[in-house]
Design a protein around this ligand. Sequence first.
Ligand code: ZN
Length: 226
Amino acid sequence: MPVVSKVRVSPSWGEANKIGQPDYTIESRRVFVSAGYELNYNEAFKTFGVSFSNEVSPFPQVVVPLAPGDTQILIDLETGLPMPYILPVGYSLKILSDIWSYSARARTAIRVLGFYYGGADSDTLGTNYYNAVGGFSTEPFDPTFLTPIPLQLDVENIDGNDIHGYWLASTVLTAESTPPFPEVKEVRCKFCEFQEEVDWKTTLHKCSGCGATNIYLSHTRGRKVI
Ligand SMILES: [Zn+2]
């Protein structure tokens, strides 16, 4: 865990890299980028979310306000694909934190293997941080990592008014018994639903189907060798 008192933003990368000079860039990065979570070489961040707004946006999670009685499934911010996210064989996924804010009463659900697993009603702002022991992980559902596990988060409007706001879940994907992470990913255009394969680092991307611009996330992958 990073020690807060050690954190100092370096004057510049060049200066920090001078031989014999103190280098605080790693500590700074741990605090500001990963909020204290250190990724191992076989781990990567992954985020699912939705943001209800009338603003037009190239970000896949931004959708129109949720009408009473409607349900919205969360979207993979790396690919634009709606959940369920199918966890591939050989991987586990754990939820590190989630944060939400709804303008009207919402009912959220987490579904594992196609079944309701848990959820809550909320109409306020909230944040949960989970630790490695008590948090949600796919590992107990199959400790052998031999089964693809569908995972879905969704939110239903149980109020009489439209919901503005958001729900964002930060997770860590871990390669348990597989080769390194793939170099490509399948992305989906939020405007025409065209899907295509792109480099895993792709963020701003012009859809080959309709020409519209989408912006996807490209999350940090761990570099620490264990
Ligand atoms: Zn398109």
